[in-house]
Design a protein around this ligand. Structure first.
Ligand code: ADP
Length: 543
C-alpha cells in the first residue's frame, strides 16, 4: 500500500522563499577586495534574486541551460546560487584555479551559455574568451578590486542588469529530480568529470548539514565558508545557512591568515569550514596576533586529512574545536564527520588522540562500506583496509553526459570513491590512502597517509608528503618530501624521521635515507591538496 502523504518537491527555490519569509532581517556580509564590507538581508537578497531570475530569462536562459560562474565567495555569487536553479537552469560553478586548458575544457564540455565573473578575474577570462565559443553573454561583478585592464567583450555589468530587470515574481514548478548545479571534479586523473546535483540532492544535503550531530547549522550560527563556492558548492553551506536563517560571512578572495581572523572576530563567527592549509596558516597568524575568537564553536576541516598536531594545537592554544569532515565533489560533498561519542569524554587524552584525526562516522543519509579487491565486504574491525564505497540521496550515480566507467559503481550499485580506509568497530573511518597514491612494495601496501601523519609530528617540520617511486627490487619504494618550519635547519631531521618511522613501520617499509628530500613547499592542487602527481613527476624527471 502506498503512503498517503503529499508529493512535495524538495527544491532550491523553496529554501529561498523560506529564508525571505521567516528570516527577512538576517544578514549576508561580504568582504570586498578593497577590504570594505557589503551587508544585505535575506529579504533584500530575495528581491535581487527575483530581478536576477528575470534578467536571466531576458538573456534567453531556458530551463536546463548551464550558467557558469567564475567567482569567489560573495553575496552576488549567493544570489546566483538561488536565481539560476529557480528558473530551472543549472548553475555551473567553475573552478577557475585549474589549468587554463582545463577551464576551457569544462566550460565547453558543459556548453555554458552565460558566464558571470568577478571583475578581478576579467583579464584571465578575456584571455580564454576566443576558446569559449559557447558563451553568449558575459556579466561582470565589480568586486572592488583594481579596475581590470582587459575584460571579455561585450559584457554587461551585474548591477546595471539587475536595475534594468523586472521585479515580477514568477516561480515555475520544478521537479525535484531535475538538475540544479554542476561541479567538475578537479581531474587529478584524466579530464575533470561533471557532477550534476539535483534540487532534491541539494535540499537533503542541506538538511543533513543542519542536523545537530552533523554541522548542526542553526539560526544562531554565523557561518564563514572559507571553502570556495566553486569547490563542491562551498560544501553546501549557502543552502544549509539559508534553510535555517544562519548569518553568512563571505570572505571574497582573501582566504589566508589575517583577513579571515579579522572577519571571524568582527562578525562573531561561530562556524567555519575550509581545507587544512587554511587552518594551518590561520594558526600561525593567531600565534603572532591577538584576536578574540571566543564566538567560534566549530571549525570543520576537509578535502585532505587534518593532522592530529593541528587539531591539538587549536584545542590547547586557543580552545577551538577543529573537526575532520570527509567528502568528495561526487558526494555533494559531506560523507563523514569526526564527532567523538559522548562516552569518549571520559577518555584520556591519549585514547582520544586515536579517534580525533580519523575522518569520522557516516552522516545520517550516507551509507559507507569498505570492500576488498573482489568487492567483498570487509569487517569494521579497525584492521582491514579496503576501498570506501558509499550510497545515499546526495551521492552521484553517473557523471554528466554519461561519462560513467565500469569503475564508477560497484556491481551492486555503490559509488566507488577511490579512497582506501579502515573502519573501526564504532563506525569511525580512517583514510589510509587513495587507490592511485598507494605504494605497493614487495606486493604489500604501504600507507602513505599513515607515514605522513607520523612524520609531521616532528616539531621542526611544517609539512610532509610521501609518494612511491619505482624500485627494481621492491616494485615501489616510499619517498619522503618534507618542509622545514621557517626557522629550522635540516641537521639531524632525517635521522629523526627514520627513528620515528621505525617505531611504527616494519624495516622493509621504511624509506632509504637518500629518499628523504627537503623542499621549500609541497606543490598543491587547485583546491589546496598535496599534489602527489606533481611530486611523482619530479621524481620521474630526476631519474
Ligand atoms: P578530487 O577528487 O577531484 O581531488 P575532491 O575535492 O572531490 O576532488 O576530493 C575528494 C577526495 O579528497 C576524497 O576522495 C579524499 O581522497 C580526499 N579527502 C576529502 N576529505 C578528506 C579528509 N578529511 N581526510 C582525508 N582525505 C580527504
Amino acid at each position: 500500500m502506498k503512503g498517503l502523504m503529499m508529493d512535495y518537491a524538495l527544491t532550491v527555490p523553496s529554501i529561498l522563499r523560506r529564508a525571505a519569509q521567516v528570516y527577512p532581517e538576517k544578514e549576508i556580509v561580504s568582504r570586498m577586495s578593497d577590504g570594505s564590507k557589503v551587508r544585505i538581508t535575506y529579504r533584500e537578497m530575495y528581491e535581487r534574486v527575483i530581478r536576477l531570475m528575470n534578467a536571466l530569462r531576458e538573456m534567453g536562459v531556458k530551463p536546463g541551460d548551464r550558467v557558469a560562474t567564475c567567482a569567489w565567495n560573495s553575496y552576488r555569487h549567493t544570489e546566483l546560487y538561488f536565481a539560476v536553479p529557480s528558473i530551472g537552469a543549472i548553475l555551473h560553478t567553475v573552478n577557475f584555479r585549474l589549468f587554463s586548458e582545463q577551464v576551457e575544457y569544462i566550460v565547453n564540455h558543459a556548453e555554458d551559455k552565460v558566464m558571470f565573473l568577478d571583475s578581478s578575474l576579467a583579464p584571465m577570462i578575456a584571455t580564454l574568451q576566443p576558446a569559449l565559443p559557447c558563451i553568449q553573454h558575459y556579466v561582470v561583478m565589480d568586486d572592488k578590486s583594481e579596475p581590470p585592464t582587459v575584460t571579455p567583450t561585450p559584457f554587461s555589468d551585474y548591477e546595471a542588469l539587475l536595475a534594468g530587470a523586472s521585479s515580477i515574481e514568477s516561480f515555475p514548478d520544478i521537479d525535484e529530480n531535475l538538475a540544479c548545479g554542476l561541479c567538475y571534479t578537479s581531474g587529478t586523473t584524466g579530464q575533470p568529470k561533471g557532477v550534476l546535483y539535483s534540487h532534491r540532492s541539494n535540499y537533503l544535503h542541506a538538511m543533513g548539514e543542519c542536523m545537530t550531530d552533523s554541522f548542526g547549522i542553526s539560526e544562531r550560527d554565523t557561518v564563514l565558508p572559507v571553502v570556495p563556492m566553486f569547490h563542491a558548492n562551498a560544501w553546501g553551506l549557502p543552502y544549509s545557512c539559508a534553510m535555517v536563517g544562519a548569518k553568512q560571512v563571505l570572505p571574497g578572495s582573501h582566504l589566508l591568515g589575517s583577513p579571515i581572523a579579522n572577519l571571524m572576530e568582527s562578525e562573531r563567527v561561530t562556524f567555519s569550514a575550509g581545507v587544512p592549509t587554511v587552518w594551518r596558516v590561520l594558526y600561525q597568524h593567531l600565534k603572532q596576533h591577538k584576536h578574540d575568537l571566543s564566538s567560534l564553536r566549530l571549525i570543520v576541516s576537509g578535502g585532505s586529512a587534518a593532522p592530529l598536531s593541528l587539531i591539538e594545537a587549536y584545542k590547547n592554544d586557543f580552545g577551538i574545536t577543529l573537526t575532520s569532515v570527509w567528502g568528495m565533489t561526487e558526494t555533494s560533498p559531506v560523507g563523514t564527520l569526526c564527532r567523538p561519542r559522548a562516552w569518549m569524554d571520559a577518555w584520556t587524552e591519549e585514547q582520544r588522540s586515536v579517534v580525533l584525526p580519523k575522518q569520522g562516522i557516516p552522516v545520517p543519509g550516507i551509507e559507507v562500506d569498505i570492500r576488498g579487491e573482489n568487492n567483498e565486504v570487509l569487517a569494521w574491525d579497525g584492521q582491514q583496509a579496503g576501498e570506501v564505497v558509499v550510497r545515499g540521496p546526495w551521492v552521484v550515480s553517473d557523471y554528466f553526459k554519461n561519462e560513467r566507467t565500469e569503475a564508477t559503481l560497484t556491481p551492486d550499485g555503490w559509488f566507488r570513491t577511490g579512497d582506501i580506509a579502515r573502519m573501526d568497530e564504532y563506525g569511525y573511518m580512517e583514510i589510509t590512502d587513495r587507490t592511485k597514491d598507494i605504494i605497493k612494495s614487495r606486493g604489500e601496501w604501504i600507507s602513505s597517509v599513515d607515514m605522513e601523519n607520523l612524520i609531521v609530528q616532528i616539531p621542526k617540520l611544517q609539512e610532509a608528503c610521501v609518494v612511491g617511486r619505482t624500485d627494481v627490487t621492491r616494485g615501489e619504494a616510499p619517498v619522503v618530501f618534507a618542509v622545514l618550519k621557517e626557522e629550522e635547519a635540516e641537521e639531524g631531521v632525517k635521522e629523526e624521521i627514520l627513528a620515528l618511522l621505525a617505531t611504527k613501520f616494519a624495516g622493509w617499509q621504511i624509506p632509504k635515507r637518500a629518499d628523504i628530500h627537503f623542499i621549500d613547499a609541497i606543490p598543491k592542487t587547485s583546491v589546496g591538496k598535496l599534489n602527489k602527481k606533481a611530486l611523482r613527476a619530479t621524481l620521474e624527471e630526476g631519474s
